[in-house]
Design a protein around this ligand. Structure first.
Ligand code: SF4
Length: 412
């Protein structure tokens, strides 16, 4: 590898580490005659110790940025090492890494170099070289740069597997405070375009086998947790809206890592709120798979998650009047809402009780976490929890012996 490319790689791989929206999934292709088989390789993503995705070549195209977002290490006003790949360099690197079996695909993000169109053109050029010149069929996830021409976004979407527009902050107010060159409206435009073109492509492919695919693995976004003092309710409400309005595949949360000093930012000594990030991911799971909506989990009176308990447990304690539920008769959608029961155990219960009544011992074998579930169920009419059914008593019994540590933001 040439020295200058190696230096760029060091700068631009390091600069990409704050972007977590790079997990890959949900794409299968017929790759006959090309290289890079996303199905056979499984495009599985692995996660480093700090939760970052590492199985893709994850780089920025450039970290020269004309924007000055306060939270970002690459902002215009920062004095950091800068570099910019050419499209040819990114394509060659990807192929070299792929052939050496280091990676299964590419995650290409970018700062805004010169302007959105210039950056998006470079992204499209990279994709064209990879797909057409190198015949690379491996997984590719790229950024759609808000403000770029629709045609460029379309071209990228016809070549990439996944695209993302990072929303970064959950409210317009937060954006105005830390990233005034951005706006929700500007970010929603490419999101809507991607959603519409995915739908159109799916419809066309139902009728015409050779119709163009468009972002087959869907679109995602990322939000920073803790750069501003917005509540979990704000974050989860916008998450819910993004799933509903733009059919997003995933919303990623990224605990804010203080890298800059600034009057509107948490102090540099503030630890990233990893536990809060974890609770948001648990809540996101409830939105996507358990038919909860944001307003059921949090409200204006309690706009943040209790860090000692998972969101489903807190929801159940706040709705204690609905419990206990008889495990042998409760409808499937209500089974899913019982703390200690996951989707797999709910399905097993549902299947088994068609054959015979489930006993308390069966529940252990099925994989139910009875330590939690026993306060919320009866089994053949028998209750195994504490008789008072007081949320505070249940909390005291279940409270972790060592409280989790959550460092506070020190906003001025
Ligand atoms: S546009 Fe992106 S790279 Fe540029 S300063 Fe903002 S967050 Fe950083």
């Amino acid at each position: 590898m040439k020295d200058n490319v190696l230096r760029k790689l060091q700068v631009l791989a390091d600069a990409a580490k704050y972007d977590v929206s790079c997990a890959s999934s949900g794409v299968s292709k017929n790759n006959t005659g090309t290289i890079g088989n996303s199905s056979a390789a499984g495009i599985c993503h692995t996660w480093s110790a700090d939760g970052r995705c590492v199985s893709l070549l994850k780089i920025l195209l450039t970290n020269y940025c004309v924007y000055d977002c306060e939270y970002c290490v690459n902002r215009l006003s920062n004095d950091v090492a800068r570099a910019s790949f050419t499209a040819e360099e990114v394509a060659e690197l990807t192929i070299e890494f792929y052939r050496r079996n280091y990676i299964e695909g590419l995650f290409l993000s970018s700062a805004v170099e010169k302007n959105p169109n210039h950056t998006m053109e470079k992204i499209v050029k990279t994709l064209l070289i990879l797909r057409h010149q190198y015949k690379f069929s491996g997984y590719i996830h790229v950024k759609a740069i808000p403000g770029a021409d629709k045609l460029l976004v379309q071209q990228a979407g016809e070549l990439a597997d996944r695209m993302s527009v990072n929303i970064e902050l959950p409210t317009e107010k937060g954006l105005q405070l830390l990233a005034p060159q951005k706006s929700m409206k500007k970010m929603f435009l490419p999101m809507k375009q991607i959603k519409d073109q995915i739908t159109q492509s799916k419809e066309e492919r139902m009728h015409f086998r050779h119709a163009k695919r468009f972002v087959p693995a869907g679109q995602s976004t990322q939000m920073i947790v803790g750069a501003t003092n917005e509540s979990d309710l704000s974050m989860l409400t916008i998450t819910d809206q993004l799933y509903q309005n733009f059919s997003l595949k995933r919303v990623y949360f990224s605990a804010y890592v203080p890298v800059n000093r600034g009057g509107n930012l948490p102090a540099l000594s503030t630890a990233p709120p990893m536990l809060r990030e974890h609770r948001l991911y648990q809540a996101d799971w409830l939105l996507r798979f358990y038919q909860f909506d944001a307003k059921e989990l949090l409200d204006e009176r309690e706009p943040n998650f209790d860090l000692d308990f998972d969101p489903k447990m807190i929801w159940a304690l706040r709705h204690i009047h609905e419990f206990p539920k008889e495990i042998n008769t409760v409808p499937y959608n209500e089974l899913l809402r019982i703390p200690g029961l996951g989707m797999t155990s709910a399905k097993r219960i549902f299947k088994q009780r068609k054959v015979r009544a489930i006993t308390y011992d069966d529940l252990k074998k099925i994989g139910v976490v009875l330590k939690r579930a026993k306060f919320f169920i009866t089994c053949n009419g028998q209750f195994y929890g504490v008789k008072s059914m007081e949320p505070d008593s249940i909390k005291e019994i279940l409270r972790p012996a060592q409280p989790f540590e959550q460092l506070q933001l020190q906003l001025p």
